[in-house]
Write a protein that binds this ligand. Structure first.
Ligand SMILES: Cc1cc2nc3c(=O)[nH]c(=O)nc-3n(C[C@H](O)[C@H](O)[C@H](O)COP(=O)(O)O)c2cc1C
Length: 261
């Protein structure tokens, strides 16, 4: 009987020790598990985008950096400051995929193609202006209706994210498709939202189009941002972006050389 009691006591004691050990491990593990998301949300504003190819220390890269953060660093004090831009040159652009004039349904927007060429040649960071709520239709005729309505309403459609460290760039290329002879209204949202950060910077506009050329992008940019210096812009035929990459490369290269890049 005494032996039986001893055995019961020994089993209970072992149970208590085992439970204690599990309890300790559980408490120790929790902060690390929770730390990663806390760290991630503490990152400076980043461009969402997802398909957001795009990028300054690009949105994608910022995201990648956040998600690749080793768990062991997660307990470090969260960084509040903005990440360092990779370059002092930035390319900001707006562009659409889907059905586009003269080129059918496209996987990469015409302006996106030019933006990437400029970034590659100048070593610039990229940021794509993406609508928060992507209300733009993928069929050309419907898209032109929506764009016309926005222009008539002088709308300022919201875009997602912001450029990390925008004020640290010295030169900013800004490109978009010509929409009804003007910048798409979402670009004006970008200009006005960032007027302070863009003040004193050199801005270089570029367009893609179906015949209207630069459509006064430079003058309109200057009017929207009178405290910035606007340089000579470039207009590229949208269809060439899809069908004649060599010609576009040459135009972009010559233009950049002329600007001293
Ligand atoms: C809503 C809308 C309006 C357009 N308005 C013009 C225009 O006024 N002049 C012009 O030359 N092209 C116009 N286009 C053609 C686009 O500028 C051209 O296809 C451009 O390369 C599209 O670029 P993306 O693929 O980067 O969006 C328009 C296209 C759309 C969708």
């Amino acid at each position: 009987m005494r032996t039986y009691r001893k055995q019961v006591f020994a089993v209970l004691l072992a149970g208590v020790i085992a439970l204690g050990a599990i309890g300790c491990t559980g408490t120790a593990a929790k902060p690390e598990e929770n730390a990663a998301p806390i760290q991630a949300t503490a990152q400076p504003t980043e461009a969402p985008q997802a398909e957001a190819s795009t990028q300054a220390p690009t949105a994608e890269e910022s995201k990648e950096e956040a998600s690749n953060e080793p768990a062991s660093q997660a307990t470090d004090t969260p960084k509040a400051e903005e990440p360092e831009p990779h370059s002092d040159i930035l390319v900001v652009y707006f562009s659409r995929t889907g059905e586009q004039y003269q080129v059918g349904v496209i996987e990469k927007g015409n302006t996106a193609i030019v933006a990437e060429m400029i970034a590659k040649k100048t070593g610039a960071d990229l940021f794509e202006i993406l609508p928060v709520d992507d209300h733009y239709p993928m069929t050309y005729n419907e898209l032109t209706d929506v764009a016309k309505r926005e222009q008539n309403d002088n709308a300022r459609p919201a875009y997602a994210g912001e450029v990390p460290g925008l004020s640290q760039y010295s030169t900013i290329f800004i490109g978009a498709p010509v929409w009804w002879g003007d910048w798409p209204m979402i670009c004006y949202t970008f200009f006005e939202t960032n007027a302070d950060a863009l003040s004193g910077k050199t801005l270089i506009p570029f367009s893609t189009h179906a015949g209207s050329g630069l459509s006064g992008f430079d003058r309109k940019l200057s009017n929207a941002l009178p405290n910035s210096t606007v340089q000579k812009g470039l207009a590229i035929a949208g269809a060439d972006c899809q069908n004649n990459a060599d010609r576009v490369q040459k135009s972009v290269g010559d233009w950049l050389n002329g600007l001293g890049f």
